[in-house]
Every structure is written in structure tokens, then in C-alpha cells.
Design a protein around this ligand. Structure first.
Ligand SMILES: [Zn+2]
Length: 95
């Protein structure tokens, strides 16, 4: 599985690639307990993966907030408005 990675690191847990691959599952609590413990242990000992983990949590929080909002987000309004503006411009050019 990890042939050619003999750089002296003695780690029987998941490496960064494996940890990052499972990060989303870990955040969504879709990992079995054994894998959860491994990822948690890796994050505790790996600053790079911890940063990635915190970023993912942040993005997930932002996404779930914008999804649960019932009012249309400003971005949608702006996109619709610009589409309408373009349509008006096209019509004016034809007239
Ligand atoms: Zn790592």
C-alpha cells in the first residue's frame, strides 16, 4: 500500500493522504469508531491535517447555514439581476 515511503517515520496510523481522504467522512460522522480514533489521533499529531480539518469544518458550517436559509441569498439575487440586465441590453441592441 505504501511502498517506497521508507523515510524513517514510524507511524502505524493513517498517513496524511489517508487522513485527508477520510476527513469528510470523519466530519460527517460517517466513519466507524476504529477509523474515527485513527483520524482523531492523526489530527492531534499533525498540524497540517488539523488546519485542513478546521477549514473543512468552517466550509461545512458556512454551507449548511446558507442552505438552511429560507430567504434567497444575495448572490442569487445578484445573478438573476445581471441576467435580466443582459437580456435588456440584448433587446435594446436589436431595436
Ligand atoms: Zn497529516
Amino acid at each position: 500500500m505504501s511502498e517506497g515511503m521508507t523515510d524513517g517515520r514510524e507511524c502505524d496510523g493513517p498517513d496524511c493522504n489517508e487522513a485527508l481522504q477520510k476527513l469528510y467522512l470523519f466530519i460527517d460522522h460517517e466513519l466507524e469508531d476504529a477509523s474515527c480514533e485513527q483520524i482523531q489521533a492523526h489530527i492531534d499529531n499533525c498540524r497540517a491535517c488539523l488546519t485542513e480539518y478546521e477549514l473543512d469544518i468552517l466550509v461545512k458550517a458556512l454551507l449548511s447555514r446558507s442552505c438552511s436559509e429560507t430567504a434567497p441569498p444575495p448572490l442569487r439575487e445578484r445573478v438573476l439581476l445581471s441576467i435580466r440586465t443582459v437580456q435588456v441590453e440584448v433587446r435594446e441592441q436589436r431595436d
